[in-house]
Design a protein around this ligand. Structure first.
Ligand code: DC
Length: 232
């Protein structure tokens, strides 16, 4: 029996657990995993490296035209979920630097940048079964996705998760700062005019404040199995 759920969109705010869920789900299904956030992060990093102001849409667009961003399956066994290449250089970890984090929401708010990224994401989605993770996947990138999940969790739970994640990566951060930046990025992502973060009308909203990864996965798996059975 083939699985009719071939395109899965996962959206949600910072540290809602969407990348972790998307990754384990893609592995279990044998689908391509694409966390689209790294594409915006790679452009923000490219801008910082080139000295291009991250509040200048025209210059960013120009930069993007001359920048090669590639997202591949991990080719190094160091805990990464994707390998990110910026003009052929491995920046899989650099894209998570605090400096990039401070600028990325601004870069991602520009319509010209979003248009180019969405075009590329749709091209990838058309080629194979995929679990795609981001902010606008169910609303804009794959409005016809077979399953749309919108993950949410309390701000406190998300700040805790991000704090532990950053500490585990060796970054000397404080919880209060993590919380403040998370709030700021949430606000930027939900208040922007172009493709703001919001659940698609037909998304399943899942609050995982009190759920661990395995429990969250189990809920989503039940949805997939339910759809598979109901189609036959
Ligand atoms: O999911 P993330 O933290 O890696 O995303 C980085 C930024 O990119 C985030 O602030 C919002 C933006 N983003 C977006 O606007 N649309 C997407 N599909 C993915 C990310």
């Amino acid at each position: 029996m083939t699985n009719p759920v071939r395109t899965i969109a996962i959206d949600g705010p910072v540290a809602s657990g969407k990348s972790t869920l998307g990754f384990v789900l893609a592995q279990r299904l044998g689908y391509l995993y694409l966390d689209t956030g790294v594409m915006y992060r790679a452009l923000a990093l490219a801008a910082l490296q080139a000295g291009v102001p991250t509040d200048d849409e025209a210059q960013l667009e120009e930069l993007l035209q001359h920048t090669r961003i590639e997202v591949q399956a991990p080719n190094v066994n160091d805990g990464r979920r994707q390998t990110v290449l910026l003009n052929g250089q491995d920046v899989s970890w650099e894209v998570y630097q605090p400096q990039v984090e401070r600028h990325v929401s601004r870069v991602a708010a520009f319509p010209a940048i979003r248009r180019a990224m969405v075009r590329e994401q749709r091209r990838i989605a058309a080629a194979q079964p995929v679990v795609m993770v981001g902010r606008d996947i169910g609303t804009v990138v794959m409005p016809d996705a077979d399953l749309k999940i919108y993950l949410r969790a309390s701000t406190e739970a998300r700040a805790q998760r991000r704090y532990h994640e950053l500490r585990a990566r060796g970054q000397q951060v404080e919880l209060a700062d993590v919380m403040q930046q998370l709030r700021q990025r949430d606000a930027q992502d939900t208040e922007r005019a172009d493709s703001p973060l919001q659940p698609a009308a037909d998304a399943v909203i899942l609050d995982n404040t009190a759920l661990n990864v395995e429990e969250t996965l189990q809920r989503v798996w039940t949805l997939i199995v339910g759809r598979t059975v109901s189609e036959h």
